[in-house]
Design a protein around this ligand. Structure first.
Ligand code: SAM
Length: 230
């Protein structure tokens, strides 16, 4: 089961403070970007949420735009970008309003999965807006992600490989990073108590979730680092 666009928007509008509070960036992903990005690059992040990756990347590139379907997240991203160094827009990554061949690099940091940007609709759009020779850099939840909640959220290696092949993007790096994320109970409950997230969780798990949100926990945050070239 996938959430509808309206539900996704509602979930992220309601949990904006949670996402702004877990301001963690993957070292492995950031080191790859710092090695590879050029100061002349025109770049885009899809599903930028409250803009933490946009703020981290902005000093290394000529310009960066962050898009998200959650208007509350974009409003907070604009507020947190006190120097107004980046652009943020409310836009659906599956139907982007940019011209073909617009960007040297496109990023997706935790925004492509079973319940977020649909890979089969989003990768053709990423390919369309990338310039020839441009790169996609993704941090994508691994299929184990969300199992504490009984959710099927992340993607397996073979799913990424298939969609990139079908889209015609050339895979250069696909590695698994095994990690965990420590969340304090207050932040986590903002997310888990969200009505739509609860709808996704089967009834017999709700009691366990109630127990989890009472304490600080470590959740499985294994992810895939992906680099692909147009
Ligand atoms: C897990 S959050 C990650 C946000 C941000 N990249 C971060 O690391 O904090 C996923 C984001 O993807 C956005 N999203 C989901 N579907 C989308 C779509 N079709 N187009 C644009 N953004 C989308 C959500 O609104 C949410 O902000």
């Amino acid at each position: 089961m996938r959430l509808s666009k309206d539900k996704i928007k509602q979930v992220y509008n309601e949990s904006t403070n949670f996402w702004a509070s877990i301001d963690l960036l993957s070292d492995k992903y950031l080191s790859m970007l710092k090695r590879e990005l050029l100061s002349t690059y025109s770049t885009l992040e899809i599903g930028c949420g409250t803009g933490k990756l946009v703020r981290a990347v902005q000093p290394y590139v000529a310009n960066i735009i962050g898009i998200d379907i959650s208007d509350a997240s974009i409003a907070l991203a604009q507020k947190l970008d006190s120097k107004m160094a980046s652009s943020f827009m409310v836009m659906d990554a599956e139907h982007m309003l940019f011209d073909d061949n617009s960007f040297n690099a496109v990023f997706a940091y935790g925004s492509i999965s079973h319940n977020l940007c649909n890979p089969d609709k989003t990768f053709p759009e990423i390919k369309r807006v990338l310039k020839k020779g441009g790169f996609f850099y993704g941090k994508i939840s691994y299929y184990t992600c969300g199992k504490e909640l009984g959710l099927r959220n992340g993607l397996a290696k073979h799913e990424i490989t298939r969609v990139l092949k079908e889209t015609g993007l050339n895979l250069e790096i696909l590695s698994i990073v095994r990690d965990s994320l420590t969340l304090n109970s207050v932040d986590y409950s903002l997310f888990v108590k969200n009505t739509e997230i609860q709808l996704l969780i089967s009834n017999n798990k709700l009691q366990k979730i109630e127990e989890i949100v009472k304490r600080t926990i470590s959740v499985d945050d294994s992810y895939l680092i992906v680099k692909a070239k147009k």
